[in-house]
Design a protein around this ligand. Structure first.
Ligand SMILES: [Mg+2]
Length: 246
């Protein structure tokens, strides 16, 4: 595989791994998706390899991702890029006072009432409405209604609506995995980039790397993608990490 060869030859590598649906499967209770021991070992090997910069890049909150990583000392891009942890230090990448939450929250609460099993999660810079544990048809219907009812206000407040895997998330339009990656590339040159993800929000990351000849982008699971490779599931990602560290 060309990817493995390029990895071995590279002198400065950037590895960007989404968490849920990419490294581990989805769980109905997000806190249950703890990083298994074998992956902890693989990530530790990657981290300890000279010339590697490894990031977990996720939509999860800082607390939510830290908890499932079992305090693994890895760099993290959380909340789709709004907060980052580099060398153990968390910092905010934006300074949004989030006044918009006041008017969006009641709409999400109404959706929750109409869709049993759904719930709202408030993060530092975003609001997420999760419907993973709801009746799929109801979840689908209410999520479409929800997007419709907040779209005008979102535009006016310069927000974006992420239509993810069983989650609708509202956050500042400037935030995204794409801009987070651009930010990293502005500060350093890499001759090998690996980026893997499974969801709509990962497409922004793939798009921002589309013209980069050193980038290997991988979409995990079904669906349209602008990634260069398609992997069937999290196990294929694990096998790749094994090959890189083996
Ligand atoms: Mg994911």
């Amino acid at each position: 595989m060309e990817l493995i060869k390029k990895y071995r030859e590279a002198t400065s590598r950037l590895i960007l791994l989404d968490y849920d649906g990419t490294l581990v499967n989805y769980f109905s209770e997000p806190g249950a998706a703890v990083l298994p021991e074998n992956l902890t070992r693989l990530l530790t090997d990657l981290l300890n390899t000279p010339n590697n910069e490894v990031y977990i890049i996720t939509g999860r909150s800082s607390i939510g991702i830290d908890r499932v990583l079992n305090s693994l000392q890895i760099n993290i891009i959380a909340e789709h890029g709004a907060v980052v942890r580099v060398n153990g230090l968390w910092k905010n990448k934006i300074s949004d006072p989030c006044l918009w939450k006041g008017s969006i929250m009641p709409v999400l609460n109404r959706a929750t009432l109409k869709c049993p099993g759904s719930f709202v999660e408030e993060k530092r810079f975003s609001l997420a409405w999760h419907y993973r544990n709801s009746d799929p048809a109801t979840g689908q219907e209410i999520s479409a209604e929800l997007i419709e009812s907040i779209s005008r206000e979102s535009q006016a407040a310069d927000l974006k609506i992420l239509n993810g895997n069983k989650v609708i998330e509202i956050l500042k339009a400037e935030v995204g995995k794409g801009s987070a990656v651009n930010d990293l590339l502005e500060h350093k040159d890499f001759d090998f980039i690996l980026s893997a993800g499974d969801d709509a929000t990962d497409e922004e990351m793939f798009e921002s790397l589309a013209d980069n000849k050193n980038a290997f982008t991988i979409k995990v699971g079904n669906g349209e993608t602008c990634a260069r490779y398609k992997f069937a599931d999290v196990f294929e990602v694990e096998r790749l990490l094994q090959k890189l560290t083996g």
